[in-house]
Design a protein around this ligand. Structure first.
Ligand SMILES: [Zn+2]
Length: 679
């Protein structure tokens, strides 16, 4: 059958040799008449745009005189755009409307894979290989007219290269196909923006050039495809809703004015497992149900709808997610399963997994800011219990299990300039109860010392400055912070039940006042007091790394622990985003706070600290290598203290492991299970 098609095709081409009509077919029509997929392909036979109708308009932007200069596609990672846009566009500009072409991809390997695996095979199965010069002379190392990196034909040359600035410097082309565009260097310090570098290659064809950029996006603010997408008219793929006949963009989740959501919907069974046949699309307009099986037919009714005014009328941009992929790709149920892995019910969100899902399936930019909830929403976690009391009864009523650990953590700040006699410090502390079901209850917080950075002092602070008592980290002085802190460590805490509790573990920040903090820690023998230190501040956390949250210090094993601060902040941010179930149940990691009073647990004095840092991507040599948390404002003490609180569980376990070999493999979860089974 395939052979017949080839024969018919070749015959048709031969017949047309004497047909001098100047009509140029749009690339999609031309491809459907001339391109044949080989039997190795899943969909062999004459190429058709019916499987991916959304790519038809995009490839037709590449027709000469289409009026479209720049096309950007911000998309999910698997979507058929290489097969339906990149390859037909390249072959069209060899066989139908010859021009100088440049194909760009992320690495030599990716270039080779696309050229050998896709381009060469389609050229061959379509009977077009003979259009390439010297394709018959294929002696090793002597391929000149037809190599993976260069194809020559009557009327032009196609260069296939990576995004390295050296590759981009020499060629002048009319058509650019830029694939895997977000893998290109983010910005090259010496050479400038990658977009400027690419478009500079088409300078001699300023009136007729056509460029298409394709990629799944990365992080907002540093994504390459974002930059080109933003310049265009931001088209979205719309279906005609079978229920209300209106055109709707097909999106994962669409908020309606009344606060409800349209988009993908599903139901979980009593074991929180996905009920497969419950997955469907709910129209954001009429709330009608759209079944997965109607996807193929609805894609055929699809239309691209612009949503923005482009920078130039000749700039078009498209965003496309995996919901509209042709059958044969991941189904809606597969996507829901991936989503549930990243956002499990009643558990903290896996931010890394959610980022991957957002970028590669939804084809959307990842916004780090969105992962730190506002302090005001954290304030809705204020419970009914009193400051300073261990909420043992509340914990029981909330169904959160037993109290496993009471931690006291502190953050040190200020100036200890002993040479010039300036000692002005402060210590911020918080006591937290950790339950066997994973929730926490903040019990009390406070500050010893009055230090404030001068630029953060307001008028009232400045007026009071003269009679402000300054505190010190030195010992044996009446204004020593340590005596006050010691009192907190040794004062038993009364529970709501009338029982008394001791602090189980105290963590002291030794990052800045190392020696003075050490003196304090080593001076206490009858309580578990340990030092903590963040790992090297500037080291970004790799997004795909699985290192432990805490580790022993080599010099002071058992006394000092090194924290992976970026990972801890990540976990804290997911805990902050947790919300109570409609039945009042609290997910593991949920953070409770007592009733504010006497200036404690206010927005300004406490909760605003949780907004003081944000997660930002780290770019090295043009690539996104990980993320780091950076300060937005000075008052972040209680955010840091909360980070230490999260680490206190792991350090408590590490200490149990050290003192008793029986505990060698103990984990926090095991300890909690043991305590729960005793109930
Ligand atoms: Zn509808």
């Amino acid at each position: 059958m395939l052979k017949e098609i080839v024969v018919r095709n070749v015959k048709r081409i031969q017949e047309n040799v004497y047909n001098f009509s100047m009509k140029t077919l749009p690339p999609s029509e031309w491809a459907e008449k001339n391109l044949i997929l080989s039997s190795e392909s899943k969909f062999y036979g004459l190429f058709s745009y019916n499987r991916s109708p959304y790519t038809r308009e995009v490839v037709d932007n590449m027709k000469p005189n289409s009026g479209v200069e720049v096309t950007a596609i911000m998309k999910c990672s698997q979507s058929g755009y290489t097969q339906s846009v990149a390859i037909p566009c390249m072959i069209y500009h060899i066989a139908e409307s010859p021009a100088n072409v440049m194909f760009l991809s992320s690495s030599d390997k990716m270039v080779q894979n696309t050229i050998r695996g896709r381009f060469d095979t389609v050229m061959e199965s379509s009977g077009l290989s003979s259009l390439l010069k010297t394709s018959s002379v294929k002696k090793a190392n002597q391929r000149t007219g037809d190599t993976d990196f260069k194809k020559e034909y009557t009327g032009g040359t196609m260069i296939n290269a990576t995004y390295s600035p050296t590759n981009l410097r020499f060629h002048s082309v009319e058509v650019v196909v830029a694939d895997e565009y977000d893998d290109a260097p983010k910005t090259d310090k010496k050479e400038g923006s990658i977009f400027d570098l690419v478009i500079a290659r088409t300078k001699s064809y300023a009136d007729t050039r056509r460029l298409v950029f394709m990629s799944s996006p990365t992080t907002k603010g540093i994504s390459n495809i974002e930059q080109v997408y933003e310049m265009g008219d931001k088209r979205k793929w719309n279906w005609k809703c079978p229920c209300c006949s209106q055109y709707i963009p097909i999106l994962w989740r669409v908020e309606r004015e009344d606060g409800t959501f349209g988009g993908i919907k599903w139901v979980l069974d009593e074991n929180d497992k996905l009920i497969d046949n419950s997955v469907h699309y709910e129209c954001q307009l009429c709330r009608g149900k759209i079944e997965y099986k109607s996807k193929y037919a609805l894609n055929l009714t699809g239309e691209w709808v612009p949503t923005a005014v482009p920078e130039k009328p000749s700039y078009r941009s498209y965003s496309f997610n995996a919901l509209c992929n042709p059958p044969g790709f991941e189904s809606w149920s597969d996507l829901v399963r991936q989503w549930l892995k990243a956002c499990p019910k009643n558990e903290p969100i896996d931010i890394d997994a959610l980022k991957v899902f957002t970028n590669t399936q939804l084809g959307e930019l990842w916004e780090d800011r969105g992962t730190t909830p506002r302090a005001t929403s954290l304030m809705s976690n204020i419970g009914v219990y009193e400051i300073g009391k261990i909420p043992d009864k509340t914990c029981d009523i909330d169904g959160n299990g037993k109290i496993v650990l009471i931690s006291l953590c502190c953050d040190l700040g200020g100036i200890m300039d002993m040479v010039n006699g300036i000692e002005d410090v402060r210590l911020d502390w918080e006591i937290v109860v950790h339950t066997s079901n994973g929730q926490t209850y903040s019990v009390n917080h406070g500050s010893v010392g009055t230090f404030k950075r001068s630029r953060w002092r307001n008028k009232k602070d400045r007026e009071r400055e003269s009679d402000r008592q300054m505190w010190t980290f030195n010992y044996g002085l009446p204004n020593s912070v340590w005596d006050k802190f010691k009192e907190i460590i040794y004062t038993p805490l009364e529970g709501e039940s009338g029982l008394y509790y001791d602090i189980d573990i105290t963590l002291v920040d030794t990052g800045h006042f190392t020696k003075l903090a050490y003196n304090f820690i080593t001076g206490i023998k009858d309580r578990l007091v340990v030092g903590i230190k963040g790992d090297t501040v500037e080291k970004p956390r790799a997004t795909d790394k699985n290192s432990p949250i805490i580790s022993h210090s080599r010099e002071n094993k058992g006394l000092l622990y090194i924290l992976d601060v970026n990972l801890l902040k990540e976990q804290l941010a997911s805990n902050m985003a947790l919300i109570q179930g409609s039945d009042g149940s609290q997910p593991s990691g949920f953070m409770n706070f007592p009733q504010p009073s006497e200036g404690k647990y206010n927005l300004k004095s406490f909760f605003s600290h949780y907004e003081s840092e944000h997660r930002i991507p780290v770019v090295k040599n043009g690539q996104e290598v990980g993320f780091a948390w950076k300060k937005k404002r000075e008052d972040n003490h209680f955010f840091d203290v909360a980070v230490y609180g999260l680490a206190s569980r792991e350090i408590f376990i590490a200490d149990l492991r050290l003192i008793d070999p029986k505990n060698k493999n103990l984990t926090w979860l095991e300890l909690c299970e043991r305590i729960n089974s005793r109930m």
